[in-house]
Design a protein around this ligand. Structure first.
Ligand SMILES: [Zn+2]
Length: 196
């Protein structure tokens, strides 16, 4: 995949063609001294569980990986906190209101967009949504559809984006640990939001 700085041929400050590779994450203009850094874009992904032990997934409406499964989420906007970005994306893609969220882990990703590799850093959250809104799920924006899958039927191979697929694998391993910690004689649903 093409490095994100490969397409930047000219210095954006003085227009010089001497805009050269400085190191793996920056280019520098040898005429005016301007240095530009390519940093990963902040992004979010949500593991939304209901009380029937099901995970909410969406089907991607757009490339890349159009038609494959995904988690609600997306890029953070400028001047937005990660938590605000997570709430906004869940609302946009599913119509649901977030009641509680807990940071789980992060996963770097690179995917092809406009002929170059766009690097992102996904931040994954465990999310509980308001039970008042849970019946009103409607897919929109980047999601073609949104539906629940029993967590033991979730297949990571159906998730098209590498970082999301890896996050799903990691999440399922986490769930197994949570299950393991539960009393085996109890039919109680695992508590995904243990008090710390
Ligand atoms: Zn310059």
């Amino acid at each position: 995949m093409i490095h994100p700085l490969e397409k930047f041929k000219f210095c954006p400050v003085c227009g010089s063609s001497h805009f050269e590779v400085n190191n793996f994450k920056s280019k520098r203009c040898s005429d005016c001294g301007f240095t530009y850094y390519a940093n990963p874009c902040s992004a979010t992904a949500a593991f939304i569980m209901n009380d029937r032990n099901e995970l909410l997934v969406v089907r991607r409406a757009k490339e890349p990986a159009k038609g494959t499964l995904d988690l609600p989420g997306g890029f953070c906007d400028m001047d937005e906190t990660v938590e605000e970005g997570m709430r906004r994306e869940i609302k946009e893609e599913t119509g649901l209101d977030v009641e509680e969220m807990r940071y789980l882990f992060s996963s770097p990703n690179v995917y092809e967009y406009s002929g170059m590799g766009v690097h992102t850093l996904d931040m994954d959250f465990l999310v509980r949504v308001s039970s008042d809104t849970i019946a009103t799920i409607h897919a929109a924006d980047d999601a073609a559809e949104a539906f629940w899958i029993p967590v033991d039927k979730v297949n990571p191979a159906e998730f098209g984006l590498t970082s999301i697929r890896n996050a799903v694998i990691r999440f399922l391993a986490t769930i197994q640990r949570i299950d393991f910690q539960e009393d085996k004689n109890s039919n109680k649903t695992p508590d995904f939001f243990p008090q710390t």
